[in-house]
Every structure is written in C-alpha cells, then in structure tokens.
Design a protein around this ligand. Structure first.
Ligand code: ZN
Length: 297
C-alpha cells in the first residue's frame, strides 16, 4: 500500500503500445438541469436543448464511431436510460460500453454514504431493467466523488472509476489507508478534456457565456493528445452528446480521431478494457486519505 504522497507506479501498456486513449460520452440529457432545479422541467426550451443529445447527437456520434470502427464508453444516468430506452439500446447494440453515471446526476459533493449508496443502486436498477446491463465502470456526476465512494463501488462489484484528477495514467485505488483495504482501478480525467467547459451554455442554468470555436477546441485537445502520447499516458476525452453531437463539433471530434489514428502505438479502447489490463498488472494499490487538518480532527 502506498498513499497520496507517493506517485502511483505507471502501468506497462500491452506489447507494441506506448500510450492509451479513450473516447467517453456522458449521456446526461435532462438529468443535470433537473437536479439543479426541478422547475427546469417546465421549461420546454431547456428540455429540448438537453434532449438534443439522445435524439440528434447520439445518432450522429454513433455513425462517426462506426466510420472509424471505434468502440467508446457511454456513461448513462439511470434517468436517461428510462427516458430514452431505444437510444440507449442502440448504443449497447453497436458494441459500446455502458457505464454508470448516477441516477439523476445528483449533487454528490458531501453526500452521506447511505444516500449515495441508494443513488448508485437506483442507477444500477435502471440500467438493469432497461438494458439488462450490469456496468463495471462508474463516473461521479460533476466528478464529485467522496472518500467513501470507492468502498460503495467495490461493494457492488465495480471494477473501475473514472473521476479523479491526480495522475496522467490509470492506477489502483485503495478504498482507505487502513489494513485490509480493497481496491479498484482509477482512470483519471481532467476538465481540460471535457467539452462542457468549451461548449455548454444554457441561459440561467449553466455555462460560462462563451461558446468556443471547435477549431480552438480541436487545437487544444490535439496538443493534449500528442503530449499524452509522447509521455505514455492515458488520454481520456469526456464529451456530452447534447454538446459535441452538434455538427461542427462532431466534425472536429472526427478530426481529432484522425490524429489519434495517425499516432504510432496508441491504444484506443473503451475504459473497461483499459481497466482490465491495468488490473492484470498487479500494481500496488494507492490510498487517498483526506487532508489532516488540526481544526477538523
Ligand atoms: Zn455528467
């Protein structure tokens, strides 16, 4: 066991591979704006903005992925699965990984363990009843994970989480720094590789007020991709179909995929496959204990 003061060991990639990359899509649809304020459900304009993801974005993105014979990971809130069962079934039937992304994109920051466990279970039940799928991967809504969350995920058989930001490569995360700690694979992400910061704008709901040019976004993500490739990292892109499913943004994403295809030894795979490889390496688990502050002891 090591802890957060020690960098985790870098994984050895499979033979012939020098870096990894994954395309992930968070199929939030209406869930984050309903969690922010239930009254948004009475705003048809806002609902239609979010519905663009499953209704128009996903079909375009599935065609794009099919053109490049790529499989991605789709993080699906349980509410999205229940509202758009046909769309979610088509994603699964196309061979993409379906992973867990809460029930209604709940605000999990500081949430107690019992409430969070109930939220995770409700999401699992929705994915099971609609799709017959038991996911192995989890991503916290708004990337707000708690110190107790890893244990809740391990209790439910999850193999990996993709929420933390402390590293450029996957590692094995221990549920705590005490004896007998269990572990799961952590596949880190970052805000710079999330389309929300580039494109999200819904008046009075979310967004910076800027809608960036896809050309600028492509430049930024290409720079990140080439740097991860040069350093043997794991590039994880997070896109939302209601944002990156729009035409010029999907076109920029396709150009990024073409850059990926041009990089030698880049392993482009769903997160579940990357997690399975990392798990097979028997890396020393690393705990992430909370900061020890005098006034909070
Ligand atoms: Zn989300």
């Amino acid at each position: 066991m090591s802890d957060v003061t020690t960098p985790p060991p870098a994984p050895q990639w499979p033979d012939g591979i020098r870096a990894a990359a994954a395309l992930t899509f968070d199929l939030d649809a209406e869930s984050p704006v309903l969690t922010a304020d239930r009254a948004n459900g009475r705003r048809l304009g806002v609902m239609s903005h979010q519905a663009y993801g499953p209704l128009t974005g996903v079909p375009r993105l599935l065609r794009l992925l099919e053109r490049h014979r790529l499989r991605a990971t789709f993080f699906v809130p349980g509410f999205t699965a229940e509202r758009y069962p046909g769309v979610c079934s088509r994603i699964a039937e196309a061979g993409h990984e379906i992973a867990h992304h809460s029930y209604l994109h709940e605000a999990t920051a500081g949430m107690d363990a019992a409430t969070e466990a109930a939220m995770i279970d409700r999401g699992l039940e929705a994915l099971d009843s609609v799709l017959g799928i038991r996911p192995v991967g989890y991503r916290a809504p708004m990337w707000e994970i708690n110190y107790h969350t890893a244990g809740l995920l391990i209790d439910r058989g999850f193999e990996y989480d993709s929420t933390l930001m402390d590293c450029d490569v996957p590692y094995v995360l221990a549920e705590h720094d005490g004896p007998g700690a269990r572990s799961l694979v952590e596949i880190p992400i970052h805000w710079a590789l999330d389309d929300w910061e580039q494109y999200a704008f819904v008046p009075d709901v979310t967004g910076s007020g800027l809608i960036e040019s896809p050309a600028k976004v492509l430049e930024m993500w290409s720079l990140e991709l080439r740097a991860y490739h040069a350093e043997g990292g794991c590039f994880v892109l997070t896109n939302h179909p209601f944002l990156s499913g729009r035409p010029s943004r999907a076109a920029a994403l396709e150009q990024l995929i073409e850059v990926m295809e041009s990089l030698e030894g880049l392993w482009l795979a769903p997160l579940g496959e990357i997690s399975r490889h990392v798990r097979s390496l028997d890396l020393t688990p690393r705990a992430f204990p909370p900061p020890d502050l005098e006034d909070q002891r």
